[in-house]
Design a protein around this ligand. Structure first.
Ligand code: AMP
Length: 444
């Protein structure tokens, strides 16, 4: 989790970064920050909290410069503290640079031990800082060469942005777990996690940084090259299932479309006589619309979402998560009373949120509830940056289907097949990491 954004050659660099981080807020709500470079050098500002809480017009004015990177953070490695907030800033033999990272380095402990033995002093408990030490200790003469050298030692998930004075550099791991796209308007370029951040700046989606590639923008010129040859991609399929925004493009289609097609496949796989089809807001809705259209059934909302409460999974402890889950959805009673309801959600992880949601439908008078899931059972924890619980906490590892049905209180439960999920999300050659469903971890 985390969202990253970088922009070059713009007189509104800090403002556009602020707007873009706002559109990436769903990727992390713990802390955020912006670093800029301009005629007066670097300026940066990081703080705990949401983008709208952290930045104001005075701070944005102070962040003067035509080149900027920004970050919204949800911690999966390292604690949720101000010292761990990004972008991180470093002074090295190559000069100064700022870095923003999305992903999880799986060999971080090993690397940290090795680097510490060589004299590295770590300022944070993040895995993101490691790349700066690797660059600094490299014996290559040039920053980009030293970066390639450092990247060669990392295993796991990373999309990195580097603001190296007036040069913006990005890198995507050779497995391609986390996304990285390019936007353009004239000679101004954007590197970011999702296309929604490009759209909101009024730029065009221009390219994608593919697994094992580095992108560079300098003097208004964009180029990219492979730092590692890659035969197979392992894009995180959970981006489409749950994490990314429905209006973002992944694999040349919107995330909405992928979810909508999963809903259609669910309608082919699972048929039942019901009065209405509905989705758990927000991510379940696209699946439900797909199901309703394919099966010629009526789509009706059954919950009103309070958009002013935080996403429950983005709260790092279980008590807070459950409390927030409770306050964010209110049943629309007339649409529920006496009805047989097909309810669709994107995923079932611990089962605790779903149990609460279902009990709300029961209290509002639903006569039967068929619960359909837009992804297969989650059985493996993610080591690449999605915050899933330990193996033991995952409900699919604790109970069989009948046990889960009983626990969450539904009349039936059905998960989409992995084949149809992949069909809905990909283009054949676009391979996915599906380790959370099948425990096939591409790198450990
Ligand atoms: P639960 O019933 O506790 O398993 O929670 C399932 C709900 O949590 C679904 O509605 C998903 O939208 C959401 N969800 C599932 N996995 C994640 C994740 N890794 N991060 C954030 N939200 C998630």
């Amino acid at each position: 989790m985390c969202g990253i954004f970088g922009i070059t050659n713009s007189s509104k660099a800090s403002f556009l970064t602020y707007i873009a981080l706002y559109s990436l807020q769903h990727r992390g709500q713990e802390s955020c920050g912006i670093a800029v470079f301009g005629k007066n050098g670097y300026k940066y500002y990081n703080s705990m909290g949401l983008v709208q809480e952290v930045f104001n017009s005075e701070i944005l004015k102070m962040l003067e410069g035509e080149y900027a990177i920004g970050h919204v953070r949800y911690s999966t490695t390292g604690s949720s503290t101000i010292t761990n907030s990004q972008p991180l800033f470093f002074r090295t033999k190559f000069g100064e640079f700022a870095v923003a990272h999305n992903g999880n380095i799986v060999n971080s402990e090993e690397l940290k031990k090795e680097l510490s033995k060589r004299g590295s002093i770590f300022q944070t408990t993040t895995d993101s800082e490691i790349i700066a030490h690797l660059i600094s200790l490299s014996d290559r003469k040039d920053f980009v060469d030293a970066l390639c050298d450092g990247l060669g030692k990392l295993k796991g998930a990373y999309s990195f942005l580097f603001l190296y004075q007036d040069c913006l550099i990005c890198a995507r791991d050779p497995w391609g777990f986390r996304p990285l796209v390019v936007g353009r308007k004239g000679d101004s370029f954007i590197f970011t996690s999702e296309t929604c951040a490009i759209d909101c700046c009024g730029y065009e989606v221009y390219d994608e940084i593919f697994p094992g590639e580095i992108g560079i923008v300098k003097n208004g010129r964009y180029e990219k090259f492979k730092f590692k040859n890659v035969e197979k991609y392992f894009r995180c399929i959970f981006e489409q299932v749950y994490f990314a925004r429905p209006d973002s493009l992944v694999c040349e289609r919107t995330v909405f479309s992928s979810r909508y097609f999963v809903g259609k496949y669910l309608a082919e796989e699972y048929k039942v006589d019901a009065d209405i089809v509905s989705g758990v807001p927000d991510s379940g809705v696209a699946y439900a619309i797909g199901y309703a259209q394919k099966s010629n059934m009526k789509f009706m909302p059954v919950f009103m979402k309070n958009h002013y409460s935080p996403r429950s999974f983005l709260q790092p402890n279980q008590d807070l998560r459950e409390f927030i889950a409770d306050l964010k959805l209110s049943p629309i009673k007339d649409n529920i009373k006496g009805k047989k309801i097909i309810l669709i959600d994107d995923s079932l992880v611990r089962g605790t949120t779903s149990k609460k949601i279902i009990s709300k439908l029961r209290s509002a008078g639903a006569s039967r509830i068929y619960f359909l899931i837009g992804s297969p059972p989650v059985k493996g924890p993610c080591y690449y940056g999605i915050d899933t619980p330990t193996e033991k906490e995952l409900i699919a590892n604790k109970m069989d289907i009948d046990g889960i049905k009983k626990f969450i209180g539904v009349d039936d439960l059905y998960y989409v097949s992995i084949e149809n999920l992949i069909r809905a999300c990909g283009n054949g050659d676009r391979n996915f990491c599906t380790a959370c469903f099948d425990k096939n971890y591409p790198v450990l």
